[in-house]
Design a protein around this ligand. Structure first.
Ligand code: GTP
Length: 397
């Protein structure tokens, strides 16, 4: 561009000016490039916070504060494993709630006995006829002849000496009935582990008295007390009994050990106890069949069940279930069972279906064994621990 002719035309000063301008253009251009390159290399740094900010909002922990401990895979899986079965499990009624409700039911069913006696004793004139009526009321309520005579004798004496008016009559009747039901008997259930082994309970009784129902309901009572329970379906005589028991168990979370239909009850009882030991259960409840065809047959079966269990564990309770509505028949059954096996406690079922609560007194006398539980309905929580004073109070309510 600066041809020799043009150069010759330019003065020295103009030439210097052109060179300077070119140099300035070169310096400014180079600086611009360097700054632009620097800016470009700094850009990611400038946008970094914008990229980081949304990160905590991604995923299921989006709203968790930073210092929330991280859930491990095991932590995350636990709730699923625990809540799934809990959704189907029932929570049995607490002992306290059950007692209040069942006491009202007991009062309703036995009201005629208590109120009848009270009305007779509160008469202005307690003549021979009145005492005979009192005796009849007691006998009709299945109290039994001997206990009835004893009670009438005591009432006669005390009413003569102390009794004037309805209030005293009620107090005296209450005291004497409580004494007859015997509050000193030990009615506690041996339902705790001992020597590192579960407690073992056998449920015995005639067919249809409510054995299976009682095993299921007792399991609920124990589970409500946070005990770990295993059930043994050793009633292999009635096909549906094991299914019935398993259903009870599934509802509250107790495993049921069962065998083939018509199988050996002793071997199932043995397996149930073995399972209870393996699971470190608190209690093993064993349901048995109650065929009363012959006494020897019964003795053979129950005796064998007990002997076989005792190879691995002690039998802590043998509970005899009696249907309260069967009256004298129930007493005869109780006698036979007591000859065959050492009964440690009685369960009186269906007390809701009879006004004959006096059987509590008769059967305890007959066997010398305490009533420990009472059944007051067909519902799952209609089984209550028996208490002498509460029972008498319900009679007189
Ligand atoms: N009203 C009332 N019914 C009861 C009570 N206890 C049990 N039952 C009912 O009595 C019936 C017989 O009960 P189960 O438990 O099957 O009798 P079981 O003794 O096991 O009979 P087997 O299995 O044949 O030996 C059932 O319909 C129970 O619901 C109770 O306290 N009150």
């Amino acid at each position: 561009m600066l041809t020799p002719q043009l150069v010759s035309l330019l003065t020295d000063q103009a030439l210097i000016t052109i060179v300077v301008v070119i140099a300035v253009v070169l310096v400014v251009g180079t600086t611009g490039l360097v700054v632009a390159r620097r800016r470009r290399s700094e850009l990611p740094a400038a946008t970094k916070p914008a990229v980081e900010a949304p990160e905590p909002k991604v995923g299921e922990d989006a709203e968790e504060p930073r210092d929330t401990p991280t859930r491990t895979l095991e932590d995350a899986e636990l709730p699923e494993a625990e809540t799934a079965p809990a959704a189907t499990l029932e929570k049995p009624e607490s002992a306290q709630g059950r007692l209040v409700r069942l006491r009202a039911r007991l009062a309703r069913s036995q009201g005629s006995l208590g109120k009848g006696l009270l009305a007779l004793l509160s008469r202005d004139k307690l003549d021979e006829e009145a005492w005979e009526d009192i005796e009849t009321t007691l006998i009709t309520a299945d109290v039994g002849v001997a206990p009835t005579q004893e009670l009438v004798e005591k009432l006669r004496t005390r009413m003569r000496v102390e009794g004037v008016g309805a209030a005293q009559a009620r107090d005296i009747l209450r005291e004497e009935l409580v004494a007859l039901v015997d509050p000193s008997m030990d009615r506690s259930l041996k339902a705790s582990r001992k020597d590192g082994q579960p407690a073992v309970m056998l449920m015995v009784g005639v067919n249809g008295t409510g054995k299976t129902t009682t095993v299921g309901r007792l399991a609920r009572v124990l589970i409500a007390e946070d005990k770990h329970v295993v059930l043994g379906a050793a009633d292999t005589f009635r096909a549906a009994a094991a299914d019935q028991l398993q259903t009870w168990g599934e509802r509250v979370g107790a495993r049921t050990v069962r065998g083939p239909e018509g199988g050996d009850p002793a071997s199932i009882a043995f397996d149930a106890v073995k399972e209870g030991i393996a699971e470190e259960a608190d209690v093993v409840l064993v349901d048995t069949a109650g065929r009363l065809h012959t006494k020897t047959g019964l003795m053979d079966e129950l005796g064998k069940v007990k002997r076989v269990i005792e190879k691995t564990a002690q039998v802590d309770e043998v509970l005899l279930v009696i249907d309260a509505t069967t009256g004298q028949n129930g007493l005869t059954q109780a006698r036979v069972f007591a000859e065959v096996i050492d009964v440690t406690g009685l369960v009186l079922t269906k007390l809701d279906g009879t006004a004959k609560g006096g059987i509590v007194i008769a059967v305890q006398r007959e066997l010398g064994v305490p009533v420990k539980l009472v059944g007051l309905g067909e519902g799952p929580d209609d089984l209550a621990p028996f208490d002498a004073e509460q029972f008498v109070d319900a009679l007189l309510e």
